[in-house]
Design a protein. Structure first.
Length: 228
């Protein structure tokens, strides 16, 4: 976005026109728009969203239904759970960096630095040491102190840890559903009903059992508690 903004004014200088002096408000607005355009990527990289959406997708896969709940509903659930989990880091980032900047008490660079500290603390609490070692070896960075780990190492390490934990939770979610599928298939074969699709019997059973044990409540609670 910043590149496109500069390209719009580049021909003026190339034809000998006088240079344009941008005010600090204009620059701040451009930087803010660029930051908002990157917000979805930052959401995936630095928050709990990745683990949540992977785990929720495994629930739908385990039940055997392709479009229930819809993908947009799962993303919305993961998004609101992310806001619930990330409330303290986001509030701390706002109070430490964004609010002082809006009040013109600190510079933009200082605001980014202050706002990033709570997010770094959250990622450091949830990243795995093994994943940090993987990217630190690639970047040739020594892990002497966690506080000195650069963001270019911390962020991909955190993403890798979240993907791993999401699939680990997905395995635990799929296990009871798989057991139900196996039991239903064995019962149908033993009764000689081999022409009956097992999914037609297993699906209602999985839905009713999941509802009886309050599966959604247990799942949401486990997801939230899985973050330190």
């Amino acid at each position: 976005m910043i590149f496109l903004f500069l390209c719009c004014f580049l021909p003026l200088s190339s034809f000998g026109a006088s240079p344009i002096n941008f005010s600090s408000e204009t620059i701040s607005m451009v930087v803010s728009l660029a930051f908002l355009s990157l917000a979805p990527i930052l959401l995936l990289m630095m928050t709990s969203f990745t683990r949540l959406v992977i785990a929720l997708s495994f629930v739908r896969q385990g039940m055997g239904v392709q479009n229930m709940p819809p993908g947009s509903a799962l993303s919305a659930i993961a998004l609101f759970l992310t806001f619930f989990i990330m409330h303290k880091p986001i509030e701390s980032a706002y109070q430490a960096g964004i609010k002082p900047y809006l009040e013109q008490k600190i510079t933009l660079d200082k605001a980014f630095e202050k706002a990033a500290e709570p997010m770094r603390e959250f990622m450091l609490k949830n990243v795995k040491e093994k994943d940090l070692e993987v990217f630190s070896n690639i970047a040739k960075v020594e892990l002497e102190d966690k506080e000195s780990i650069p963001n270019r190492v911390l962020i991909p390490s955190f993403m890798l840890s979240e993907i791993k934990r999401g699939f680990e939770m997905g395995f635990l979610i799929l296990l009871p559903f798989t057991i139900i599928d196996i039991v239903v298939s064995i019962v149908l074969v033993s009764l000689g009903m081999m022409m009956v699709p097992p999914i037609s019997i297993a699906l209602p059973l999985k839905v009713i059992l999941f509802s009886i044990v309050d599966g959604w409540g247990m799942l949401f609670g486990s997801l939230v508690k899985s973050f330190s």
